[in-house]
Ligand binder design. Structure first.
Ligand code: NAD
Length: 240
């Protein structure tokens, strides 16, 4: 922790790259922990349900799973989101890059946020492109339909879909230019998002995760712990 704080003190263009573990303390389960979404005992895997093909072939089953397991409308940002927003405000942090789709970084006050996998807050008609709110999705029984009659799709990147080019390019550029990259709450298992770490070639790569990640060996500091607790300590030590 001491080395981590010292590194933050020395850095002025920190980039944070996070995943589902960042929002676990906000009550949103991750995918791969023991009690994560992938541990649900279903005949079809969540990866298959959350795929492009499944959405168009079985929209009812897709929305049943999506509304029940992917949406947490009452979730509030936790210490990790809050302290990252403070680090941006103080000018230390340049951007947050997230694999999360829950919008909690923005809710905590972060301004520069790149959502690699989109957001549940944005939804659009598959035919005419009209936009819809999350409230509309949640209050529609079954499959939400547009006023034109076509199916509405959440603006999230499903398995089998491409990441948005602009978001990926901006994220890569920020990770390349960073003077410190903090990677947190991600198993680094989902590609191409996980390969973002390769853009950072500096000597201040920090990984904060509850469990081992495939990149621990190449990090300069590894903290195995709860990210919300680590950032609570950062807040205290930096007095922000
Ligand atoms: P993942 O489930 O594969 O990995 C999460 C990692 O976080 C695990 O290694 C786990 O040990 C760790 N973790 C859990 N709680 C933690 C905590 N309190 N502090 C520190 N680490 C903690 O998630 P991923 O790598 O982000 O990839 C899964 C995909 O699932 C992403 O693409 C994301 O879009 C999606 N997803 C998003 C949300 C969300 O928006 N909140 C939730 C679940 C899944």
């Amino acid at each position: 922790m001491k080395d981590f704080i010292e590194m933050i003190n020395k850095s002025n263009n920190i980039v944070f790259f996070g995943g589902a573990g960042v929002s676990v303390a906000s009550g949103i389960p991750d995918f791969r922990s023991a009690d994560g979404i992938f541990s649900l005992n279903r005949s079809i895997s969540p990866e298959e349900i959350l795929s492009h093909g499944f959405f168009y072939e079985h929209p009812e089953e897709f929305y049943d799973f999506y509304k029940n397991h992917m949406i947490y409308q009452d979730a509030k940002p936790n210490k990790a989101h809050e302290v990252l927003a403070k680090l941006e405000k103080t000018g230390k942090l340049g951007a947050v890059i997230t694999q999360n789709i829950d919008g909690l970084h923005q809710a905590a006050g972060s301004k520069k946020v790149y959502e690699l996998h989109g957001s549940v807050k944005n939804n659009s008609c598959t035919k005419c492109g009209k936009s819809y709110s999350l409230d509309y999705i949640m209050s529609s029984p079954g499959v939400p339909l547009c006023s034109c009659g076509a199916i509405i799709k959440p603006d999230v990147v499903l398995y089998g879909e491409q990441l948005d080019t602009y978001t990926l390019e901006m994220s890569s550029a920020y990770a390349t230019a960073a003077d410190m990259l903090i990677v947190g709450g991600t198993s680094l298992n989902v590609y191409p998002a996980a390969s973002l770490v390769n853009n950072y070639l500096g000597s201040r790569l920090v990984i904060i995760n509850k469990t081992l990640t495939p990149r621990d060996m190449s990090a300069d500091i590894v903290i195995h712990g709860k990210i919300e607790e680590v950032f609570a300590e950062v807040e205290k030590e930096l007095g922000i």
